[in-house]
Design a protein around this ligand. Structure first.
Ligand code: ARG
Length: 459
């Protein structure tokens, strides 16, 4: 079979060489974007009187027919035609005859592929932003239900101070809000049209780049034709923002994994997001959370792959750039799947409030409270810290907790202790009193939830 660009060649490549160079096995994913871009191009060619009205409507009809076949899975792609662009052009010519060959007037595959990838990234940025919102919604629901549910807060994975479980959920809500903002911001640079840049230098045809940009919903056009076909920064930005989301999900995954362990028993995952063991009948494994923690690696890898791919490339298009796609597609699939799984997993998890309550009634996470208590009464904080440290040691040695100390024992440690100390030591008191802005105090958490709702309702 002769190639669409075969004129200058006297010999054909062997099939296995074609197969090695082809991108059609993976870039067929871009079929809708490719046809959308072609339709805008053909409208513009007609408006600019570069092709006739009849030619344009034939091509338009043909492209729609090819698209319909694509959607029905009726197209038989061929590596002979290398990529999605040449495959579609070939199908078009088969459909409407030689006039189909006019579609590529004033255009190159270099601006065409860049346009397709821009459209793809733009569309998926919007999908991802919606999925982030859905997960934030699930976190908000859990937060709202658990403002007054208390868990130990950790530093160094050692119990530090008790906190509201709602506060913990909202920490992830705000991380995801930054993620949302990163995607929103990257859209400004993604939604720019490279179409009309030609192979690298523009074209002699009187094209109107702003017309195609407008039809495709782009906000602007690239200012420089070389930059337009060479740029993949927008894909890097997407993959970088994706890596940060995955890092956040992976941290939450890690917490959900140990929260659901026998040792913690803070949550129970819904059966629909857990799996059993083929040998140990008692097991309920948090597979989805583990898998997402694991998949974070490939998303980082895809980002590094694209950075490395681009670093040595001279302007403008180089075939190396065909390698931009598989990692990008993989990142999109992984990220979208992970966000959707997480939304379901967070929404359906059962929070075991009684287990959580048990933990903070039997630990030393209220020790700071005691030191603060003395500090308020005028004892320098450093001294108060020392006094409480000794009390904790004493408790550990005698197998008890701070609430178990008698008034005499407190008095013996420091005369400033009074009867109200027992109230101060209660986990609910400890948490509710941390009412500084952004703290875990119940009032603060409620305000943060309201603020969070406002933020997501604005978009
Ligand atoms: N399959 C190519 C890619 O994905 C399309 C552009 C090819 N352009 C060229 N001059 N070979 O990057």
């Amino acid at each position: 079979m002769t190639k669409l660009w075969g004129g200058r060649f006297t010999k054909q490549a062997e099939e296995w060489v074609d197969a090695f160079g082809a991108s059609i096995p993976f870039d067929q994913k871009l079929v809708e974007e490719d046809i959308q871009g072609s339709i805008a191009h053909v409208h513009m060619l007609k408006n600019q009187e570069i092709i006739t009205e009849e030619e344009a409507s034939e091509i338009h009809r043909g492209l729609k027919a090819v698209l319909a076949k694509a959607k029905n899975g009726e197209l038989e792609y061929s590596v002979q035609n290398e990529d999605i662009h040449l495959n579609i052009e070939k199908f078009l010519i088969d459909e409407i005859g030689p006039v189909g060959g006019k579609l590529h007037t004033g255009r190159s595959r270099n601006d065409q592929v860049a346009t397709d990838v821009h459209l793809y990234v733009r569309n998926h940025t919007q999908t991802v932003m919606n999925s982030i919102r859905a997960l934030q919604q699930a976190l908000l629901l859990q937060a709202e239900e658990h403002v007054e549910t208390i868990i130990p807060g950790y530093t160094h994975l050692q119990r530090a101070q008790p906190i509201s479980f709602g506060h913990h959920m909202m920490a992830y809500f705000w991380m995801l809000e930054r993620d949302y903002g990163r995607f929103e911001d990257s859209l400004k640079r993604t939604n720019i049209s490279p179409l009309g840049a030609g192979a690298l230098a523009g074209t002699t045809f009187p094209i109107d780049r702003r017309q195609t940009a407008e039809e495709l919903g782009f906000d602007d056009i690239y200012q420089n034709s070389l930059d337009a076909v060479s740029d993949r920064d927008f894909a890097l930005e997407f993959m970088s923002a994706a890596s940060t989301v995955m890092m956040h999900l992976s941290r939450l995954a890690e917490e959900m994994i140990f929260w659901s362990s026998q040792e913690f028993q803070f949550i129970e995952l819904d059966d629909s997001f857990a799996t059993g063991s083929s040998i140990m009948p008692q097991k309920k494994n948090p597979d989805m959370a583990e898998l997402i923690r694991g998949k974070t690696g490939r998303v980082y890898g895809n980002l590094m792959g694209l950075y490395t791919l681009l670093k040595g490339l001279p302007l403008a298009y180089n075939k190396d750039m065909q390698e931009d796609k598989e990692g990008l597609f993989d990142t999109v699939r992984t990220l979208e799947g992970s966000l959707d799984i997480f939304a379901g997993m967070v929404e359906t998890m059962e929070v075991r409030t009684e287990k959580m309550a048990e933990t903070t009634s039997k630990d030393f996470s209220n020790a700071t409270e005691l030191a603060d208590y003395l500090a308020v009464k005028g004892v320098p904080f450093r001294e108060a810290h020392e006094i409480v440290g000794k009390l904790v040691l004493d408790c550990i040695q005698n197998n008890k907790y701070l609430v178990d100390l008698s008034m005499e024992e407190f008095k013996a440690a420091n005369g400033a202790f009074e009867e109200d100390i027992y109230e101060v030591l209660k986990p609910e008191t400890v948490v509710s009193r941390r009412n500084s802005e952004g703290g875990t105090g119940f009032e603060q958490v409620r305000a943060a939830i309201e603020q969070g709702k406002k933020v997501i309702n604005q978009t």
